[in-house]
Design a protein around this ligand. Structure first.
Ligand code: 2RA
Length: 353
């Protein structure tokens, strides 16, 4: 029997990419019979196309899960916290992309390249999808960990505006429009801040156009951001290394979509650039772009809208033993969110064969 899939949050930034993936990646969507689209009452009644068929969006309610086998949730934390258990109590396997369940010991946190086997370990009927910042480096770090044994991870992120959803994308374009054309702007302290629309309306705490902002997420204890703690906690859980040493600084940059990470990774065993490159080239979902003499390295502008994780600038640290420096790029709406969710759901769908 072909399972029925519900996409909850079908009209958001990630939901829109999800419909694109389900339409253009038959390997991730052919297993389903019906695909049902669900969103807030505000979006109910809209008609969206998925797999070439027009589907009317239904309002989120307990009955929309009747007959559903698998549901992907791309909604805010509080909506998932309320509705994922409702769906699960009706027999639905929920693949949740919010932060509501990621650190719940009874909910697996899955990246198929790292811990696909965890999909079946779901006592609550819920499987969590990691945060896009952690996820953007997991295919690379999983492959290196298997070979060399990861011990320490020091990371700086360069996060795109779409990590803050559709509002983040709109805000970046509005700011770019406000500063475009004035060739003196960005030369006097505070001039960008004066030129952009009111920051009270922004999902970002400082101007993003012509700027970098050393902040993503909410304020946690001792000055850490929620995003930085997610990188630490989620990396440990996905890789199965509870005592992994992790330190992250998360930064927002004026890129529409695709998160980047500068990674300093220390391993238990001796590692060489050549060896690491071989391991990464053999990883099916990783693309190595690493020839700086020919200007080859990953950049968001060159990889946005594609599925792999890209890695380049692979160097052996000069002053740290068994340590590599790497630069990784991944589309935060695809592998960082919708694609990984679809890959997890496909593993569950395979159980229906
Ligand atoms: C961000 N990682 O980039 C977050 C979204 N989940 O804002």
């Amino acid at each position: 029997r072909k399972p029925t899939l519900a996409v909850v949050g079908a009209t958001g930034a990630v939901g829109t990419v999800m419909l694109d993936i389900l339409t253009n990646r038959p390997d991730l969507s052919a297993a389903y019979g019906e695909i049902r689209l669900v969103a807030s009452p505000r979006s109910a009644g809209k008609v969206l196309s998925v797999r070439g068929e027009d589907v009317v969006v239904q309002a989120l309610a307990p009955e929309v899960f009747d007959g559903v086998d698998i549901a992907m949730f791309d909604v805010p934390d509080e909506v998932s916290a309320e509705w994922a258990p409702i769906a699960a109590s009706r027999g639905v396997v929920v693949v949740d992309n919010s932060g509501a369940f990621r650190m719940d010991p009874d909910v697996p946190l899955v990246v198929p390249e790292c811990n696909a086997e965890q999909v079946r370990n779901r006592p609550k009927g819920i499987i969590a999808n990691p945060n896009c910042t952690t996820l953007s480096m997991m295919a690379v770090m999983g492959a290196l960990h298997r070979e060399y044994g990861l011990r320490e991870l020091v990371v700086a992120s360069y996060q795109a505006a779409s990590g803050a959803g559709a509002a983040g994308i709109t805000r970046l374009y509005d700011e770019l429009q406000a500063v475009a054309g004035d060739r003196s702007i960005g030369t006097v302290a505070g001039d960008v801040r004066k030129a952009v629309p009111d920051l009270a309306d922004s999902p970002f705490p400082a101007p993003l156009a012509l700027n970098v902002v050393p902040w993503a997420g909410s304020l946690k204890e001792d000055g850490w951001s929620s995003e930085e703690l997610k990188v630490r906690n989620e990396s440990r859980k996905i890789l199965g290394i509870p005592d992994l040493k992790v330190s992250a600084t998360c930064v927002r940059v004026p890129v529409v979509t695709t998160h980047s990470l500068a990674i300093h990774a220390t391993f238990e065993r001796e590692v060489t650039v050549e060896g690491a490159r071989e391991v990464l080239e053999a990883a099916p979902t990783v693309v190595v772009l690493d020839d700086p003499a020919s200007r080859v390295f990953p950049t968001p502008a060159d990889v946005v809208g594609t599925d792999p994780t890209y890695v380049g600038r692979i160097r052996q640290a000069l002053d740290f033993p068994n340590t590599l420096e790497l630069f990784v790029c991944g589309d935060n709406l695809r592998k960082g969110a919708a694609l990984n969710t679809a890959e997890i759901a496909a593993l569950v769908a395979a159980e229906f064969n």
